[in-house]
Design a protein around this ligand. Structure first.
Ligand code: F6R
Length: 545
């Protein structure tokens, strides 16, 4: 059973992300060297495993170049297999002699490694703790991290307040360490290890992690609650921990899911917020379960290919207290985030899809240089996203429903039950409905010729009619611009944002839409077209994480 110690922000973990393993080794060696220079009698806590080998080489070189001196340095190693003799090439004593002690001017008597052949492990562990205490404690503890989050041989499910002790190794660790032995059966099943409390007593800790196979452990260290299920997470209570890792171990890939009425888009954002993968599936609207299962299935496929730290989901509808209710999607008070989190075992955050798109534009699109913006998505209706101080403003759950502010109290009936909502006049559907009406009433117009082809009009045809100087199209457009600009002016009056960003298929018309609209707006405010276009929803959803 896991014990959650507390659930708070990371207290002291500083992260240094290096380009590669060499850089990790140099960075860590520089930190050790700095400590030895300021305290020649420093007490170091050392680790074995493949990760610190590069750092040990760097330290040996610095010692040979006389940059640092180990003459008075005292060391304590984290752990040792039990039972194992010190001349066994797999023992950690053998390892340390080979990779560091034999290459530097350390006094071997100052190097302390738990005795893998001791008769009484309790006495051995007690004496080890006493020796650390006698030296005034460890100044710098170097750690590696196991794929399951172990540090030293502190495996998941240890008690927090443990000092140096004998422990059983987990199958996971036996398997991971078997690479150093002839075969897995030769790996000792027990070990002596400093406890978590011993490690946390060090004045400073550096944790090294390299490569993709450490990504999950690093992510869990950063994201998980402090729990004995993840021994490394306990480092978060220490005030001076530096995680030195490479880009592969630190990868911060997140999945963004954008649920639409007809398709669900999925994207993967890397640690520099670049979209590195996208795909989509048709929206299964048969039932809530089927819809959620289809999202889970696709996410699992993606998780198999990328190390994913979390999932953000943009959904139509209103989210109140985490529960989603949407009109065209089978969500009714659905705990979408909770269900996905349970099924995918990763952190999941949800927000309204228009909010996600706005967040994406504000962080990586047209609005990236401003702190506040209103994003207006023109489509069947009008969606909106409000960004204030670079954050989505959700109000009590449904802020940003700008398509439903009323511009004519006794006006056209809206699907929301109210009359005169802005989207009844300024959405693309409203524009095309008026254009079709005008075409029918003016059969000789160019607009009517286009309309007659399929008995309906689309946005491309409408802008084509404008380009061909069709006076009927121009009249419809003037009327549309009147409503669109009035709504935008009102939004400017309410929010006074630094920028308005327009999105939706109609923005493909570019300056043909933008220029006449800007002419009608008296406020001096930049009005831009979405830079991320159709990707804004997935990018913004991933940015929720
Ligand atoms: C080593 C130790 C272990 C390793 C960990 C990572 O003394 O206690 O916790 O730090 O297993 O090992 P590598 O670096 O080989 O991936």
């Amino acid at each position: 059973m896991s014990v959650i110690i507390y659930n708070s922000e990371v207290v002291g973990v500083k992260i240094i992300v290096c380009n590669d393993y060499n850089e990790i080794s140099k960075t860590a060696a520089d930190i050790v060297a700095g400590i030895l220079k300021s305290k020649p009698k420093a007490v170091l806590g050392l680790a074995t495993g493949s990760t610190p080998v590069g750092m040990y080489n760097e330290l040996a070189e610095k010692n040979q170049n006389k940059e640092i001196d180990f003459k008075d340095v005292v060391t304590f190693n984290l752990d040792e297999y039990y039972p194992i003799s010190s001349d066994n090439p797999q023992s950690y004593r053998y390892f340390m002699n080979k990779h560091l002690f034999n290459k530097i001017n350390i006094n071997m008597e100052n190097t302390h490694i738990l005795n893998g052949m001791c008769k009484d492990t309790d006495i051995e562990c007690y004496n080890f703790e006493k020796m650390i205490e006698k030296q005034g404690g460890i100044d710098l503890q170097i750690l590696g991290i196991g794929q399951n989050g172990h540090i030293g041989f502190n495996e998941p499910d240890v008690t927090l307040n443990s000092r140096t002790h004998l422990t059983d190794l987990t199958e996971n660790t036996i398997e991971a360490n078997s690479r150093f032995f002839e075969n897995v059966s030769e790996v000792p099943r027990q070990a002596l290890t400093m406890g978590i409390a011993t490690i946390l007593s060090a004045k400073k800790i550096i944790l090294l992690a390299s490569g993709r196979n450490k990504c999950k452990a690093v992510k869990e260290l950063m994201n998980s609650k402090i729990s004995t299920d993840n021994p490394a997470s306990m480092l978060k209570v220490h005030p001076d921990v530096t995680l030195i890792c490479d880009k592969e171990a630190y990868s911060n890939n997140r999945i963004g899911v954008d649920i639409g009425g007809t398709e669900i888009k999925f994207g993967v954002l890397d640690d520099s917020d670049k979209l590195i993968y996208k795909t989509d599936i048709p929206t299964n609207t048969d039932s809530e379960d089927e819809l959620i299962n289809s999202i889970v299935k696709k996410c699992k496929e993606i998780i198999d290919c990328y190390y994913i730290s979390g999932i953000g989901v943009g959904t139509p509808g209103i989210i109140k207290n985490g529960l989603v209710t949407a009109a065209n999607i089978p969500f009714s008070n659905t705990d979408l985030g909770g269900k996905l989190e349970e099924l995918l075992n990763l952190p999941v955050k949800t927000s309204n899809d228009a909010n996600c798109a706005a967040l994406a534009e504000s962080k990586c699109g047209s609005g990236k240089n401003v702190n506040s913006m209103v994003m207006i998505s023109l489509g069947t209706g009008i969606g909106g996203g409000l960004i204030i101080d670079n954050k989505i403003y959700e109000g009590c759950g449904k802020a940003g429903e700008i398509g439903h502010f009323v511009i004519d109290y006794d006006g056209k009936k809206c699907s929301c039950g109210t009359k005169g909502c802005w989207e009844q006049y300024a959405s693309v559907s409203a524009l095309l409905k008026n254009a079709e009406f005008a075409a029918k009433n003016n059969p000789d117009s160019y607009l009517a010729q286009l309309y007659m082809k399929k008995n309906k009009l689309n946005g491309i045809q409408f802008f084509d009619a404008l380009k061909n100087n069709c006076s009927i199209a121009k009249e419809v457009f003037e009327d549309y611009l009147g409503y669109l600009s009035t709504g935008i002016e009102s939004l400017i009056n309410i929010f006074d944002p630094e920028m308005i960003v327009l999105a939706g298929g109609i923005t493909n018309a570019g300056d043909d839409l933008l220029m006449p609209l800007i002419d009608r707006i008296s406020a001096e405010i930049p009005i831009e077209i979405s830079a991320l276009k159709g990707d804004a929803g997935i990018v913004g959803a991933a940015l929720l994480i």
